[in-house]
Design a protein around this ligand. Structure first.
Ligand code: FE2
Ligand code: FE2
Length: 363
């Protein structure tokens, strides 16, 4: 799920962007990852405590409201990729590759869950979610194909490193990434609806129905967590939730700030956009997370800015190489850790969880 101007992927030059499969395969702390988990443990989940909501959600997925959505129509305007400002082109391709990788990473994980599982509830859910993510990744890849730089997804499945997460960490991380995905897509969509002159590519017109898929996927993970109150009740798990919130939010900040030209073209102030996405995500996450980060705390934005500087420094060190480069990277790493601690220790807001977990998309 990065960019020039001292960005995240040191290799992000016009030449490197031509090799999008290599970009997607690269393992970098800020790139989208592929996950694997303890599939047997996940398979043992019993959804009986949330049966009514579960059946309703599965029925919605089965009805497949977006079946015909991910097809190009006459609304898909032709894009002059060669005439696009080169800096914007590099960042936009990076954005598409990283989005495509993130979508496809969901597809791979969900498909594997369906393949390995024997629990009919779990298999049915992951089957529908894999279907959706395959469509999402394929649709983005179509856009990349027009630029002559599609990602080889078959190769990616084999070549990309997989990160192991216990099922509960998959719940926290994937729940969050689905809800953030929803918040990101809908925020861009609403912004461009009000400011259509900034819609420099037709793919943004598809974001509204698209984000409803992500919303539903997030609902599924909320229900999975709801089956076991320990996942959100114990002190240790609350600290883990706080950890994932901090890690996911700060990663998003650094990634987005590495794409200044992309956001300029969209007419979006990155600080505003990120805060807006956090706000929506945090509000939604009250359905299942008993803790919420205080994104209005005076330490919040300054620490995020320091985190960004730290990553720019690490990036400079990587490009420089040698002993001086290694030192620069080490200093950057220490700075990033300090910024993370500063963010993690901001007092959180706490809630009692609502009895009824289900939500509808409302932005
Ligand atoms: Fe998706
Ligand atoms: Fe999703």
């Amino acid at each position: 799920m990065n960019a020039p101007a001292g960005g995240l992927s040191p290799a992000l030059t016009p030449e490197a962007v031509a090799d999008t499969t290599a970009m997607a395969t690269e393992t970098h702390i800020l790139n989208p990852r592929f996950y694997t988990t303890d599939f047997d443990e996940l398979d043992r989940v019993d959804v009986t405590p949330v049966r009514k909501d579960w059946d309703a959600l599965i029925a919605e997925m089965k009805a497949d409201p977006n079946k015909a959505h991910f097809k190009k129509t006459e609304a898909w305007d032709r894009i002059d990729w060669d005439g696009m400002d080169p800096a914007l082109r590099v960042e936009f391709i990076d954005f598409l590759v990283s989005s495509c990788t993130a979508e496809f990473s969901g597809c791979v994980l969900y498909k594997e869950m369906k393949r390995r599982g024997s629990n009919p509830d779990i298999r049915e859910l992951f089957n529908y979610m894999a279907r959706d993510e395959a469509r999402h990744a394929g649709f983005i890849n179509d856009a990349l194909r027009e630029a002559g730089v599609a990602v080889n997804l078959g190769f990616l499945t084999k070549a990309k490193k997989y990160t192991y997460f216990r099922p509960k960490f998959i719940y926290y991380a994937t729940y969050l990434s689905e809800k953030i995905g929803y918040a990101r897509y809908i925020t861009i969509y609403r912004h461009l609806e009000a400011n259509p002159e900034h819609r420099f590519h037709p793919i943004f017109k598809w974001f509204k129905e698209w984000c409803n898929d992500e919303f539903r996927h997030g609902e599924a993970f909320a229900l999975l967590m709801k089956t076991d109150p320990k996942l959100t009740d114990t002190t240790v798990n609350r600290l883990w939730i706080r950890f994932f919130l901090t890690a996911v939010y700060s990663t998003m900040w650094v990634r987005d700030h590495a794409r200044p030209e992309f956001h300029k073209a969209l007419g979006v102030d990155i600080d505003w956009y990120d805060q807006e996405v956090y706000r929506k995500t945090s509000e939604i996450a009250r359905q299942i997370f008993p803790v919420e980060l205080d994104i209005d705390h005076p330490r919040w934005k300054p620490a995020l800015r320091r985190m960004n500087e730290a990553f720019l420094r690490i990036d400079r060190g990587t490009r420089r190489g040698g002993i001086a480069g290694r030192l620069e990277k080490a200093l950057g790493g220490a700075q990033a850790l300090a910024a993370f601690v500063s963010l993690y220790t901001i007092p959180v807001r706490t809630h009692t969880l609502p009895e009824n977990v289900r939500l509808e998309p409302s932005y």
